[in-house]
Design a protein around this ligand. Structure first.
Ligand SMILES: Nc1nc2c(c(=O)[nH]1)N[C@H]1C(S)=C(S)[C@@H](COP(=O)(O)OP(=O)(O)OC[C@H]3O[C@@H](n4cnc5c(=O)[nH]c(N)nc54)[C@H](O)[C@@H]3O)O[C@H]1N2
Ligand SMILES: Nc1nc2c(c(=O)[nH]1)N[C@H]1C(S)=C(S)[C@@H](COP(=O)(O)OP(=O)(O)OC[C@H]3O[C@@H](n4cnc5c(=O)[nH]c(N)nc54)[C@H](O)[C@@H]3O)O[C@H]1N2
Ligand code: SF4
Ligand SMILES: [Mo]
Length: 866
């Protein structure tokens, strides 16, 4: 039994892993971990399904050839050295990730900024929370998240802004639900979409995208008029720039704000009144705020309200930037962004000198490096000549990803460290380095509320995989810096990181860095191994002191950017984000049959009235286009969308689909202060795409190659793979997808349907069902036949004799309960609450991630009955 931390989101739940075989383990929540007290969401619960070796990169590769570690590392070190010698240190770059451990991250940052002598190391956290970093720094003087999860327990009002918490931070969501049940905490959700997070809220404001500054300025003006601005606190603890209050003067009255945000004035008044009346308020925000061309101003608009009302540094009162990746916070602590240095220092000359002294660095970078969007632009222009990508998939996740791919393809030397052999990024790599995966690696992560936890290995390193810190330090040593990179274990790196956090960090000059890890610099190896979770920083700002030169926070004047009318050629606004059971580019969650089935295909959600006007049919295909590129999606009519707005997921890649390539669509534009791209609002258009036939193929095992047709999306199922298919032209060429074996075939020319099954030794090996206009059977029964020792005679009927109900999309991933089953049970057994559904079907009784969906189904069935 080994205690570790979940591989996925920034909630940072503790996990207890018990190995049960060579590559298997049972996974449970750690009851003693402060982040989750034993609970896990659907993704955490099913981590055990993702630790096999399917798709893993198990040896260093130079081009398509296997190489020894020595050869691969020597090549990387030599090419980097040569590139630097010829073109200077700024011709090389690292692009790293909030999915690295703190120790990995520390070494990569040290190598680039202290030894190579460039700050061209940026991270996918640039796409994730750099606006929060910039906003915190402007307001507080240091990037400090003042809140903790305990504040959620103590709050009387929780405001979620641009956060789909029920899907993206499910255990925090369960904590919010518990507070609502226990003490009647009110919940307001501000999101253009009616998400499952918004469904059960006391109030949902479906604001116009990008109008958050107007909303917060209106709120601040309202608070001022209501007398809840704390003038004494402002006088003592906050610097208010001249003219600040004018920025929320005219134009910030209730009516103007309601117009700017396009919400009913009476709803807005309810929110404002509730906020003004509730001192214990937490405002939690994530990508709806950060991923905007005005992200930093949006963050400061929120911080302004909390500073002005003195709702900070007190229990249950704080602004709360919740982080996405498991170690987004650790990355901030080691300075993994191109714009920060290390240990919460910046590039001010005294900081550069200090870190340089500490590292005994021969080549300290003296200025910030390229931020992700600029970095990949420079790559495209040929000015970055050697790039090392670690633990991220920029060919999928960067905006304008088509251009990013071109840049990767043209770059003279690309190194990719990943756990997976083929990703959309690594197909462009000259050298691929096999990294240790979750469950195999050791180190620390910091979650959203500053809690540092250990990730521990409970599986052996497979093949030749090595931890990321080891790979980086080996390259550092081979580049000539032997003593600076003489680490033998993560504990040594941790100690150095803790020493740096304390280095010359005292009240000299009245200014101290709040990020500090006292008491850890001398931690022994055994104590490091046994280290329980701990939070650094206590309750920041409880004493009203801020880490600025004068000890005061700053109100930052912000104004709402004009939101232009839709463009004639691009009349829609494209919003992008996440699904409940998938993680980013699906390299892990895509392996789990249970997680795969919540949302099987990349959908474009569109309001029914827009769909009617544009000729879009539910379940049909559509092309979503922007000036950057286009991709196909399956249409889902959704009254939860505002008119004029589309929503698509970020999870599908070249490995998993022909469509759903969301990264191709957003503009390569970023917030001018933080450099964070505006992923949530891209001018777009949508057009229906006709298909001549649709169908699916089921294959035992992994099919490897993607079928070559207009629409193909991969779904992991037990014992095999399903591809959903649609296309034009002759479906007969799909036969290539079928393995050799005994063939059964049924052709119905009238309905344009073709059904083929392939048997091997009496077992089902594959099935292909295609129809031009008729119906297709559900797939559940056919998929189940993959596991049967003898294929039944009714294979080509697609079902057992008698009635067969398909479960539909899986709502409860833990007990595999489908939508169709739930809707039928609600009607036939007159179920009226989520607990009753649990009693009847078990759905929602384990991890709880589907409870918001069950509530929505109940609500829909009631409206249906009414
Ligand atoms: N299931 C799952 N969970 C995850 C992840 C995952 O891939 N899958 N990824 C993790 C990571 S790295 C991150 S960063 C987090 C992200 O977590 P979230 O930020 O909760 O997720 P998103 O879906 O990106 O976007 C949040 C919401 O912002 C809304 N929004 C869009 N535009 C606006 C606007 O102008 N104003 C406001 N107020 N809202 C707007 C969107 O409609 C969306 O519902 O999730 C983490 N957790
Ligand atoms: N349109 C749009 N784009 C977005 C967003 C959006 O909302 N909309 N959100 C953005 C955000 S917030 C984020 S965080 C990014 C996420 O985007 P990415 O970081 O590109 O997504 P992942 O799929 O998590 O990529 C992680 C990679 O690291 C590998 N990996 C996993 N563990 C390890 C390890 O221990 N070591 C190494 N070396 N490799 C490992 C995985 O196999 C995978 O290939 O996407 C961003 N892009
Ligand atoms: S909320 Fe879910 S995905 Fe996030 S850390 Fe906890 S178990 Fe993992
Ligand atoms: Mo993120």
């Amino acid at each position: 039994m080994i205690r570790t931390t979940c591989a996925y989101c920034g909630v940072g739940c503790g996990v207890v892993a018990t190995p049960t075989g060579a590559r298997t383990a049972t996974i449970a929540g750690d009851p003693d971990h402060p982040a989750n007290a034993g609970r896990l969401c659907s993704k955490g619960t099913h981590l055990g399904e993702t630790i096999g070796l399917e798709g893993r990169l198990l040896a260093p590769m130079i081009g398509a050839r296997r190489a020894s570690w020595d050869r691969a590392l020597d090549l990387v070190a030599r090419r980097f050295r040569e590139t630097i010698a010829t073109h200077g240190p700024n011709s090389v770059a690292f692009y790293v990730s909030g999915q690295l451990l703190t120790e990995d991250y520390y070494v990569a940052n040290k190598l680039m900024k202290g030894f190579i002598g460039s700050a061209n190391i940026d991270t996918n956290s640039r796409l994730c929370m750099s606006s929060a970093v910039a906003g915190h720094t402007r307001a507080f003087g240091e990037d400090i998240v003042p809140a903790t999860y305990a504040d959620l327990d103590a709050a009387d009002l929780i405001v979620l802004v641009g956060s789909n918490t029920a899907w993206c931070h499910p255990i925090v969501w369960q904590r919010i639900e518990a507070a609502r049940a226990a003490r009647g905490t009110r919940l307001v959700v501000i999101d253009p979409r009616r998400t499952e997070t918004a469904d059960g809220a006391d109030l949902h404001l479906a604001i116009r995208p990008g109008s958050d500054v107007a909303l917060m300025q209106g709120l601040l003006a309202w608070c001022r008029a209501a007398g809840v601005v704390d003038d004494a606190y402002l006088a003592r603890h906050v610097a208010t720039p001249e003219g600040f209050w004018a920025t929320c003067g005219a134009g910030s009255d209730l009516w103007s704000t309601a117009r700017a945000c396009d919400v009913p004035a009476e709803d807005l008044r309810r929110f404002f009144d509730l906020f003004a009346a509730t001192p214990r308020t937490v405002t939690m925000f994530s990508q709806g705020i950060n991923q905007s061309l005005a992200g930093t101003d949006q963050v400061n608009a929120i911080l302004n309200v909390h500073l002005a009302t003195a709702r900070i540094g007190k229990p249950g009162a704080a602004p709360f930037s919740i982080t996405g990746q498991p170690n987004a916070m650790g990355g901030r602590e080691v300075g993994g962004l191109a714009s920060t240095l290390a240990a919460h220092m910046d590039f001010a000359p005294d900081n550069v000198a200090r870190v340089g002294r500490f590292w005994a660095a021969p080549n300290m970078a003296t200025a910030p490096g390229l931020k992700a969007v600029d970095l990949f632009r420079e790559l495209g222009h040929g000015r970055i000549k050697a790039l090392w990508v670690m633990a991220t998939n920029p060919a999928v996740s960067m905006p304008d990803a088509g251009r990013v791919r071109d840049g990767l393809a043209a770059c003279p030397f690309v190194v990719v460290s990943d756990v997976i052999a083929a990703t959309d990024t690594s197909v462009h790599a000259h050298v691929r380095l096999p990294a240790a995966a979750w469950g195999e690696k050791d180190g620390t992560v910091t979650n959203s509320d500053r809690t540092v936890s250990r990730q521990r290995a409970f599986l052996p390193l497979p093949g030749e995989a090595k931890p990321d810190w080891w790979i980086v330090k080996e390259v550092g040593r081979r580049m000539g810096w032997k003593t600076a990179f003489a680490y033998d274990r993560p504990a040594e790196i941790w100690r150095e990181h803790c020493r740096l956090s304390m280095y010359e960090n005292d009240d000299a000059g009245g200014r101290r860095r709040l990020f500090a890890l006292p008491g850890h610099a001398a931690i022994g190896n055994a104590a490091y191994d046994a280290m329980p979770p701990f939070r650094w920083g206590g309750t920041p700002f409880a004493d009203g002191r801020y880490p600025t030169p004068d000890g005061r926070a700053r109100l930052v004047p912000v104004t709402q950017k004009p939101i232009g009318a839709p463009l004639a050629d691009w009349p829609m606004t494209l919003n992008t984000g996440r699904y409940r059971d998938h993680w980013h580019s699906m390299t892990r969650t895509g392996l789990s049959p249970r997680l795969a089935r919540h949302r099987e295909e990349p959908l474009v959600e569109v309001h029914p009235d827009d769909a009617a006007a544009l000729g879009l049919r539910d379940g049909g295909l559509a092309r979503v286009a922007t000036p950057q590129g286009d991709s196909l999606f399956r249409i889902r009519l959704a009254a939860t969308q505002r008119r004029g707005e589309l929503f698509v997921p970020i999870h599908w890649t070249d490995r998993t689909a022909t469509g759903g390539r969301t990264g191709l669509l957003p503009r390569p534009l970023a917030d001018l202060i933080s450099g964070q791209p505006g992923f949530k609002a891209t001018p777009a258009r949508i057009t229906p795409v006709a298909v001549a036939w649709r169908g699916f193929v089921i294959v035992a095992g992994d099919t490897g190659d993607r079928p070559d047709c207009l629409w193909a999306t991969r779904v992991a199922v037990p014992c095999g793979t399903v591809w959903d298919l649609a296309g034009d032209g002759d479906p007969a060429r799909l036969d290539r997808l079928l393995p050799a074996g005994e063939r059964l075939e049924a052709i119905d020319a009238a309905r344009g349907s073709r059904r083929v099954a392939v048997l091997r030794q009496g077992r089902l090996a594959a099935a292909l069902f295609v129809t031009r206009d008729g119906t297709l059977p559900g797939r559940d029964w056919l998929v189940a036949q993959l596991a049967e020792p003898v294929a039944p005679p009714t294979l080509l009927a697609g079902r057992a004799p008698g009635v067969q109900v398909d479960r539909g999309p899986i709502v409860c991933a833990c007990f595999d309960v489908g939508l169709t089953t739930i809707v039928a049970a609600i009607a036939s057994q007159r179920l009226t609450d989520v607990a009753a559904i649990g009693g009847a079907l078990k759905a929602g009784t384990n991890c709880g991630s589907c409870r918001p969906a069950l509530a929505r189904l109940l609500q829909e069935s009631q409206t249906h009955v009414a």
